[in-house]
Every structure is written in C-alpha cells, then in structure tokens.
Design a binder for this molecule. Structure first.
Ligand SMILES: Cc1cc2nc3c(=O)[nH]c(=O)nc-3n(C[C@H](O)[C@H](O)[C@H](O)COP(=O)(O)OP(=O)(O)OC[C@H]3O[C@@H](n4cnc5c(N)ncnc54)[C@H](O)[C@@H]3O)c2cc1C
Length: 421
C-alpha cells in the first residue's frame, strides 16, 4: 500500500487497535470522519480478550480520583466527558448489555471478554472503519497540513489527524511493547519513566514449597522505609517467587515505585484481620492452657490454613516437638504479633509480562485535556495507557481506555485541520 491521500481532508488514522484505539476509531467514524485503524497484530483487541480473567471487568460503579494515578485530575476530567452511563449507553447501542457484582465491578452480561471485542470489532467494521492489521506504526511526521505515518516495511499513510493508542509496556505478548512511547519521545514529548503496576511482587527468600499456591484472605500493609505506604484487603496468593493475588497487586504500584527508587520496602500481612491483636493473644493463651501437652506442630491447625500456619511457626523458630504449655508470655505475644504483621522484604517485581498495566507514560501536561491533542504536534492525539494515567484493579483501566478513546476520537473527527506553527 502506498500513500493514502483518500484519508483526507477528514481522515483520522488510529495507531493501535486495543481498547482505546477501537473506541477512538468508532467515535471518529460516528463523528463523520473517514477512519483507518492500524494494528500491528494480525487481529485487533488481543489484550481485551484476556481482561478480567477473560470476563472483561469493563468499568466500575465507583469512579473517583483516588482510583487513578499518574494524573488523576486528567483521568476524572476525561471520564467526566464520557462517564459510566455514557459508556454503558455506547455499549448498549452496540448490543452489549452489562452486569455488576457486589463490589461495583461492571462486566458484560455474557461475562465473556470476547463479546466486548466482538461488539467493538463489528461496529468498527459496519460503521466503515478501515482496519489494516499486521501493520506496525514506526514513524509519524508532519506532512503539509496533516501527518504522515510510516509503518514498518515502509508503507505510508497520510491523515489529517492521528490518534496514538499503542498502549504501554504491560503484557507485551498482547502487542503493547512500548514502541508508541518511543515514537512520542521522538516527536519531542516527555515520557514519565514507565514501570509495571498491578504486578506480582518478588519477596526476599523463596516461600517454602509447602506454602506455594496457598491463598488466604489478608489485610496487607506496605511499609516504605518503615512508614505505611498503603493497605489492601483481599486474597494473598503465596507463590515460589513471592506474593500475588488481589492484595499484593493492589499494593504493587506503590511497592514497585518505592523499590525502584532504592527504598526499603516490606509487606506486612495480617492473617486474622477480623480480630484485634489483643483477642488473638487471648486465644493463644487459652489454647496453651487448654491443651498444654499438644506439640507446636499443631498450634495453628483449625485456626488458619494448616500449611501457612506451619510455615509461620517455623519462620518464628518454634521447635515443633515443644508442648503448647511451655510457651512463655513473650513467645505468645511474638506469635500474636506475627499473625497480624507477618513481614516480608520486597525484592522487586515479576516484570512486564506479568503486569496488567503501565504506570508512567506520555507527560499529560503536554496534551489538551479537552481533546487529548498534543500541545507539541498539532493534529496528534493520544488515548489509553500510552498516557501517564493508570488505575486500580476493578475496571478503572478499561474505563480510562474507553473515555480517553472517545474524547480523542470525537475531537479528532470534529476538529478543523491542524494549525501548524
Ligand atoms: C491480563 C490482564 C487483565 C486485565 N484485566 C483488566 C480488567 O478486567 N479491567 C480493566 O479495567 N483493565 C484490565 N486490564 C488493563 C487493560 O486491559 C488495559 O489498561 C487496556 O487494555 C489499555 O488499553 P490501550 O488501548 O491503551 O492499550 P492496549 O490494549 O495494550 O492496546 C494497544 C494496541 O496497540 C497495538 N500496537 C502497539 N504498538 C503498535 C504499533 N507501533 N503500531 C500498531 N499497533 C500497535 C497493540 O498490538 C495493541 O493491540 C488488564 C490487563 C491485563 C494484561
């Protein structure tokens, strides 16, 4: 394929066919522009299929600034223009109904991520978005009053406006490897150094094999140089390398950021979050009094997960053959403390392939919040994870992708030709 002047004068080119790119393409098309969508993979939406354990947690009933990071103010401003109601109405128009769970998470009524992708793909196709798959955007330059996009291999596309929706660096096997961030840098944009978020944490010293794969409901506290850096309630999953599960993922953004900055980072797990430490100590004393002859090996059995309990007792150095009745008051207190704050030093994260989202990205001060158009390159817009906005787990990241895609796509369609300096 060679130059595509047929994309102008209203032509919008969308780079990247993920959640934000598909939304942007449809919004631009609905706004009356001719739209070309370039996707490097053979098909669009690979990451979407994997979201929410393949059920696609597409939004949340509770969209508030404290759920977003990087630039929460921009996130809320953009979501204000295409909020949950607008998102559900949009998907309703595409034939997709929604359902919500007890925690406010919104899913497709089918609970199938594939149905979200199908709805977007079909609408893109039916509305006349021209999708060119297997095409990797390599360069963007100004050309006259528009922009020229060169794909790997040399194919050139000319468009009046370009929306860059190439994602961040998380889950690179789905296609988002950070190439869009390099492109933005070459165009003069500052990029807040990306780091993985919603990612399992490596802990110092492997967990004993006995505990690997065990899950337990905890309150996890992050400690940065000994000071509290966040808490999360949820399941902890003990793995060979460290800790995963919702509680660990929720703390991972702050943990990774602090760890990358060379700070001392620890995670303290409360294994009995429903009761205060004083009550735990009382239980320990009663057990010692009631069954003084039982051996330590069984001390936590019937109270917490047996394997987790045994590993904790070993970690505290208790001799398994000792009778319960021999525990000193100081030992009882130490055990109670450990049950409420079993503390592990963080030794890193498990890397981009295991991350759900990218923290960092294109500096948001360099885009117009009304249109997500670059303040440096007229006619170029950004949407989705490529920007320095990320959200908590729970549907926030996809809501950002939908809202930013809509705002950029509809703005690109109605905008006049870019005014060049
Ligand atoms: C396992 C997993 C589960 C998740 N679950 C949820 C969830 O349930 N709810 C939620 O809110 N969020 C979830 N997320 C996060 C969410 O999927 C992302 O935040 C969202 O998909 C980002 O959308 P995007 O369009 O910005 O980027 P992406 O979805 O990454 O799309 C970018 C697209 O651009 C393409 N591309 C990249 N570079 C180029 C190039 N140079 N040229 C052309 N095309 C290019 C890629 O192939 C890709 O298709 C999950 C993420 C993962 C990894």
């Amino acid at each position: 394929m060679t130059a595509r002047p047929e994309n102008g004068p209203h032509g919008v080119l969308v780079g990247g066919g993920g959640a934000s790119g598909l939304l942007a393409a449809i919004a631009a098309r609905w706004g009356g522009a001719s739209v070309v969508l370039l996707e490097k993979n053979p098909r669009v939406g690979k990451k979407l299929l994997t979201t929410g354990n393949h059920q696609c947690n597409l939004s949340n009933l509770h969209l508030s600034a404290d759920r977003f990071h990087g630039d929460p103010a921009l996130a809320m401003a953009v979501i204000g223009k295409f909020d949950l109601d607008a998102t559900l109405a949009f998907f309703g128009r595409l034939g997709l109904q929604s359902a919500r769970d007890g925690q406010g998470r919104v899913y497709p009524r089918s609970y199938q991520a594939a149905s979200v992708l199908d709805a977007l793909r079909l609408e893109a196709e039916e509305s006349g978005v021209e999708t060119v798959a297997g095409t990797d955007v390599a360069e963007i330059e100004r050309q006259g009053k528009g922009l020229a996009v060169t794909a790997k291999g040399g194919t050139r596309f000319i468009a009046r406006r370009v929306i860059l929706c190439t994602g961040g660096k998380a889950a690179p096997h789905t296609g988002s490897v950070g190439g869009g961030l390099d492109l933005a840098r070459r165009l003069g944009h500052a990029v807040v150094e990306p780091f993985p978020a919603l990612v399992p944490l490596k802990l110092e010293g492997a967990h004993p094999r006995a505990m690997q794969g065990m899950r337990w409901e905890v309150v996890a506290r992050l400690l940065v140089d000994g000071r509290e850096g966040g808490t999360a309630r949820g399941e902890a999953l003990f793995a060979a390398y460290g800790l995963s599960g919702p509680a660990a993922l929720a703390l991972s953004r702050n943990a990774v950021e602090a760890w990358s900055a060379g700070r001392r980072v620890e995670v303290a797990l409360d294994l009995l979050p429903e009761q205060p430490e004083t009550e735990t100590l009382h239980c320990i004393r009663s057990r010692c009094l009631n069954k003084p002859d039982r051996s330590m090996e069984h001390f936590l059995a019937g109270w917490i997960n047996k394997r987790i309990g045994q590993v904790l007792l070993k970690a505290l150095g208790f001799d398994w053959s000792r009778p319960w009745g021999s525990l000193t008051g100081e030992e009882q207190a130490r055990l109670a403390r450990a049950l409420h704050a079993w503390t592990f030093p963080v030794a890193g994260h498990t890397g981009w392939p295991n991350a759900q989202v990218t923290a960092g990205g294109v500096e948001t001060a360099e885009v117009d919040p009304e249109t997500l158009e670059s303040r440096l390159v007229p006619g170029l817009h950004f949407a989705g994870e490529i920007l320095n906005v990320d959200g908590d787990s729970g549907g926030y990241n996809l809501q950002w992708a939908w809202s930013s895609g809509w705002v950029a796509g509809s703005a690109a369609a109605r905008a006049p030709e870019p005014s060049l300096p």
